[in-house]
Design a binder for this molecule. Sequence first.
Ligand SMILES: Cc1cc2nc3c(=O)[nH]c(=O)nc-3n(C[C@H](O)[C@H](O)[C@H](O)COP(=O)(O)OP(=O)(O)OC[C@H]3O[C@@H](n4cnc5c(N)ncnc54)[C@H](O)[C@@H]3O)c2cc1C
Length: 455
Amino acid sequence: MHDLLIVGQGAAGLAAALSAKELAPKARIAVLDRMPAAQAGGNTRWSPSNMRMQSLQEVSPHFEEDMAAASAGRGDPAYFHTLAAQAPETLAWAQRQGVQFQTMDYFLKAWPTRIQPVGKGAGLLEAFVQSARDKGIEFIHGCQAVQLLTASDGAVEGIVTADGQRLLARAVVLACGGFQGNPDMMREQFGERAATLRPISPGTAHNDGEGIRMALAAGALASGDWDGMHIEPVDPRSPRPAALVLAYPYGIVVDQIGRRFFDEGGALVHETWEAFSRTVHFELPGSVAWTILDASAQDIPGYANAVRSEVPPVQADTIEALAALIGIDPGALADTVSRYNAACIGDPARFDASKLDGLSTAPGFAPGKSNWAFALRKAPFLAFPVAGAIVYTFGGLSTDLQARVLGRHGPVPGLYAAGEITGHFYAHAPNAVAVMRALVFGRIAGRNAIQTTHP
Ligand SMILES: Cc1cc2nc3c(=O)[nH]c(=O)nc-3n(C[C@H](O)[C@H](O)[C@H](O)COP(=O)(O)OP(=O)(O)OC[C@H]3O[C@@H](n4cnc5c(N)ncnc54)[C@H](O)[C@@H]3O)c2cc1C
């Protein structure tokens, strides 16, 4: 019998294990993960783990207002208030577990301050796993949880594994991610094309919704936007994880027939990438689009950082030649570029990549471009293919501020959850919040779970 079983060895699961062990050093605590040790860590392992913090001591300005805006007013203000209030002390606690933090080196100049663990998500995992081993937390790898064991009163008292073992525990924390790795659940929520959506990293696909399904079967309520996902634009030619192509605000994006279809400069890149990538995957023929740039894009500060693909762009000295190389009708692309160029009526000297510069296309031009609209004239012209890659799903379990999983009659006794497996996200992914919330609510889950069993 374990005092606490934690399902999932990502940021949330490890924070839960370490915080529980801190309160009850003699407790028998195990973290189990379906993957072998070298691959455990799900999304966290591959994530830059940027956090919406102004510094280690304070969250970014307007944090709670931004959360309300990202969720279109549907997020629970108390959840995000708790997150904001506890983030600084949680990061200080993570430092005491051996995690170091740095101000991040990110994609573009136009980007708010973020901090991240040294070594990114992999560095965070390494420090946490080391600390957990030092403190005597057990790890059970290659162990997939498939069912919760419940008593007649509904209290959770352990899990069943894929090979039929029954592992008993006084409490269980579920921290095993969303359902993006499950083609059937994806199809059910997002339609047929969801089954062909590429995962942004190898660890992304390990989260297949098993934890969500077993908790729902044990009486948990759902929360979050089941139609929501975080998805980012990548170069489909690259085998690299997260081969992002984020230079599109400084050029145009066209579909396979050479037409623009959205405002590439509508906002900062992290505010447009999700809707853009979703349109590409779910609405465009072939689920691919092309970012078209001219040579001047390469001079923009941050360009090299914004293009994370190692595959060079397709290049040509004329738009027609470029179109021919990427399989778009040359006349159609030349027409799109020349109409776009004619609509770029602002003074190009006002171009400023570091902020929303208001350099827009002429009124009435559709689709308009609100910022960074300058004519594409300088050869060579460049083209990157862009496809959507899923990062995580929003739909998950309903939890309260103590990270207890909620059922129809209140908290499900003995069951806690944190991280991506929990709902709480609606409409748009709040940028740089997923790892923070995994840490904050993972820590809360571990503390509360062990306090209930070791009062
Ligand atoms: C490329 C990339 C970039 C990202 N960038 C950022 C960013 O900058 N900022 C940010 O905040 N977020 C970012 N994210 C998202 C963020 O990293 C994740 O949402 C977060 O790390 C999730 O942590 P977690 O502990 O909830 O789940 P995970 O880290 O995904 O861990 C879940 C674990 O559960 C295991 N598991 C799954 N099912 C079972 C089962 N049935 N039984 C046993 N084990 C199971 C998995 O193997 C995995 O180890 C990014 C993600 C990726 C991939």
